[in-house]
Design a protein around this ligand. Structure first.
Ligand code: UN1
Length: 479
């Protein structure tokens, strides 16, 4: 029997229903679950922004300890609810149950981390160049933050935007992806019971227009966005028009270098994890294996035997390693991208369009001998698809690594300290991974990329404060 879930917006502490405008099914078994949600219109966007604006002064009046307590409470609730939330994520987005549990716990720890940051928002005090005077620097709330979040980390990414926004005294209008709106609504319900002032977090649902309206809304102070390059560009233009600050996390076409001196078992582990877990649907996923020709045949042979052993299936089954893509639309897009690479003459050594799979499942796909000019090296494919580029030594590997316009995460497998150090210096990326997969980051360290991957201040960890606060500098001469 199909479970039907009908979602509502959440504005000023209340559920706001609307006409169903979008639908999401369990991508592994469409008859299992049907989710419907409404599309926010301009009037509701304006109301949510107004509610958020009012909550900011209440949050200030409540003080930092009340905010810290609320964030800690939300973190505890998430931990207590891990089984229910993880099952919902798995059924709504196709993420495997193990990854879904890990993600809920990560979100809980993010709220906990920012509960502490609420109390650690220390300023600075300088002596002035003017005798007797002092200069103080305070980090004050940026204001109303619009958060636009994707479906691939449906709880962790909202957590690492909403928790710091609240910690530093802001209020939020949040537009989650229509593909993960039921998970968003479950998080929203937990946040709403956290004890924050009404309107501190408002959630607007929708499949397109709502996000556009929010990005263009009058009276927002900042927009934080994670998603595709194309949507990120639209958000950037909308924000630039009204000089609203932006933080954009977009795509990557991340490379993993495997040098001749690498431990090949570790290299294959990194490749499998980076390219195929979460069905490759992470902006930090590995899409390029950049392998020294002296080890490339052995690397490929081990990789292919490991890929063949990956269990593809029901994300709710703990034995599953690779679940489905999130939506039929994603499957169609990835199928087209793979077909286009095949049409250019590059050969898939496993997976590819020859393999038909049910529902939203897509086979792990590896291309070999990819030419450096291939679209595979330049265009993000948000699925379990990667290409092998055979290279000649370290310098050649770095040249291939840095040859596209992105710069999110870069990896290297090597036992040479010298090469590891050189790699950190020369890789053009926001994150460098040495003998580790390109995907999988800690929540207490800065996250973000360079070049076409990211724009604006870093997310997560202590670095998050710079986006969510304004700096006030006060000069004082005692009389
Ligand atoms: C991770 O690799 O642990 O959308 C996090 C994404 C990134 C998050 C990746 N913003 O995939």
């Amino acid at each position: 029997m199909t479970e039907n879930i009908l979602l509502s917006h959440h504005v000023r502490g209340r559920a706001v229903p609307g006409v169903a405008a979008f639908t999401q099914h369990n991508p592994a078994a469409p008859v299992d679950l049907r989710i419907e949600g409404p599309e926010a219109d301009a009037a509701l966007v304006a109301e949510a922004v107004a509610a958020a604006r009012e909550a900011i002064s209440e949050s200030e009046a409540g003080g930092i300890e009340a905010r810290a307590d609320a964030l800690a409470r939300i973190g505890r609730r998430l931990t207590g609810d891990v089984e229910r939330l993880a099952r919902l994520i798995a059924r709504e987005t196709g993420k495997t149950i193990g990854d879904s549990k890990g993600e809920v716990l990560r979100a809980a720890r993010i709220f906990d981390f920012f509960a502490g940051e609420t109390l650690r928002n220390v300023g600075e005090r300088f002596a002035s160049t003017r005798r007797g005077a002092t200069v103080e620097v305070d980090f004050v709330p940026a204001g109303v933050v619009a958060a636009i979040t994707p479906w691939n980390f449906p709880i962790a990414i909202p957590a690492w935007k909403i928790a710091p926004a609240l910690a530093f005294g802001n209020a939020v209008v949040w537009k989650p992806s229509e593909t993960s709106s039921a998970t968003a609504a479950a998080l929203m319900a937990i946040i709403a019971e956290g004890g924050l002032p009404v309107g501190s977090v408002n959630m607007l649902l929708g499949a397109g227009e709502a996000g556009t309206l929010l990005a263009h809304a009058a009276d927002i102070d900042a927009i934080t966005f994670t998603g595709s390059v194309a949507t990120g560009e639209r958000v950037r233009f909308a924000a630039a028009k009204r000089a609203v600050r932006t933080q954009l996390e977009m795509g990557g076409v991340n490379g993993l270098i495997v040098l001749a001196d690498a431990n090949l078992d570790i290299a294959v582990d990194c490749a499998i994890n980076g390219a195929f877990l979460a069905a490759g649907q992470r902006c930090t996923a590995t899409s390029r294996f950049i392998v020294d020709h002296s080890v490339s045949d052995r690397f490929l042979e081990t990789l292919l035997s490991r890929v063949a052993a990956l269990t593809i299936g029901d994300p709710c089954d703990p034995a599953t390693a690779v679940g489905p893509l999130a939506t039929p639309r994603q499957k169609k897009l990835i199928s087209q991208q793979v077909a286009s690479v095949e049409a250019s003459g590059v050969k898939a050594v496993c997976g590819g369009s020859a393999v038909e799979m049910a529902h939203c499942f897509y086979p792990p796909t590896v291309f070999d001998n990819v030419p450096r000019t291939s679209e595979l090296g330049h265009q993000e494919i948000f699925g379990p698809v990667a290409g092998m580029f055979r290279v000649d030594g370290f310098d050649d590997a770095i040249e291939v690594l840095n040859s596209n316009r992105f710069g999110l995460s870069a990896g290297i497998c090597t036992s040479s300290l010298l090469h590891a150090e050189e790699f950190k210096r020369r890789a053009r990326a926001g994150m460098q991974m040495i003998n580790l997969p390109t995907a999988g980051v800690d929540y207490h360290a800065p996250f973000g990329g360079v070049a076409a991957s990211s724009l604006g201040p870093r997310e997560q960890g202590r670095a998050a404060r710079s986006f969510y606060t304004n700096i006030k500098t006060s000069y004082q001469q005692p009389l």
